[in-house]
Design a binder for this molecule. Structure first.
Ligand code: NI
Length: 179
């Protein structure tokens, strides 16, 4: 396994539509391992192939980071040629991206999705996600069409501004409780 370089905003690679994967070759398996290693090393919850310079419709995600169950928390989804087949509701998500370092943004995403994809063993799978996990899969899926969350965000802010806002919200909440 090896760490790969993460492409950042400004590179044309991140603006292009990726091509389907035709066969799960040893090279694709190696790419999958490297993407997982790169994602974990960068403290991300998902990474798409174009972010490491490979223009293929493939991403990996680890969306259950807050689960109390270790097996669920560490579950990695391998999404080859994914397709979102159903969207329901709306939620406002706070997002960051390994390709847009230093920023956060507010994005409207579906509350619930169904997504199908081929896994690393070549089996077609269909999943249903809601809440945070749904936003992760929508975010990664967009990368395959050359869309960054910063392209569709309602509002962008620096990581510092975002933490200040969170702090302010916490204080407000604490004051409310004290009253
Ligand atoms: Ni991203």
């Amino acid at each position: 396994m090896a760490l790969r370089n993460i492409t950042v905003r400004g590179s044309e690679i991140l603006t292009k539509k990726c091509k389907p994967i035709k066969a799960i070759t040893p090279r694709i398996r190696e790419l999958a391992e490297d993407m997982v290693e790169t994602m974990i090393a960068a403290d991300g919850v998902g990474i798409a192939a174009p972010q490491v310079g490979v223009m293929k419709r493939f991403f990996v995600a680890m969306p259950h980071v807050d689960s109390e169950d270790e097996a669920i928390r560490e579950k990695i989804y391998y999404m080859i040629n994914p397709e979102i087949t159903y969207r329901e509701g709306t939620q406002e998500s706070s997002e960051g991206c390994l390709s847009v370092p230093g920023y956060m943004g507010l994005v409207d995403r579906p509350e619930k999705i169904r997504i199908k994809a081929t896994d690393l063993d070549g089996n077609e799978q269909e999943y249903e996600f809601e809440g945070f996990a749904a936003t992760v899969f929508c975010h990664e899926y967009d990368h395959l069409d050359g869309i960054l969350y910063s392209d569709i965000a309602k509002e962008m802010m620096t990581v510092e501004e975002y933490s200040e806002r969170l702090e302010a919200l916490k204080e407000e909440h604490a004051e409310e409780k004290a009253e």
